[in-house]
Design a protein. Structure first.
Length: 137
């Protein structure tokens, strides 16, 4: 049984822009590769290891981020509020659940001044082993 962690962080900067970051840790290399192909917003030029997915930007107007796959629409629709990044993180969680049958285990939320952090723990759905099958007589 494996676990992965999806972390979503937002910070309101002094100029009013929202900086946000979503990271996914603990996926198999193949799972991470498929997520990168399906969600082009995960930066392929990132210096992170192949099994770490990171997407971040500083605002809807950020030129450092290629707004793809409806990401900009999500932030525009939600008026660039911090919760927009949470909505995007839930999109990734749903994809992990649908594609590889990850199961939600727990979540934590922390808010401090202009910072918010949500952490979700997911567990892979292990194949049924002989230890979990009923005993037959």
């Amino acid at each position: 049984m494996r676990f992965c962690t999806v972390t979503c962080e937002t910070r309101r900067e002094t100029n009013g822009n929202i900086f946000w970051n979503i990271s996914i840790l603990g996926l198999k290399d193949t799972e991470a590769s498929v997520m990168r192909r399906c969600h082009a917003e995960f930066d392929l030029k990132s210096t992170s290891p192949v099994d770490v997915l990171i997407v971040e930007a500083s605002s809807v107007a950020s030129s450092s981020f290629d707004w793809v796959n409806g990401v900009k629409d999500t932030f525009t629709f939600m008026n660039n509020r911090p919760e927009a990044s949470l909505k995007l993180a839930v999109k990734y969680i749903n994809d992990l659940e649908d594609r590889w049958k990850y199961c939600f285990v727990s979540s934590t939320a922390v808010a401090y001044e202009d910072k918010n952090k949500w952490t979700f723990t997911l567990r892979s759905n292990p194949k049924r082993s002989s230890l979990t099958e009923p005993i037959r007589k």
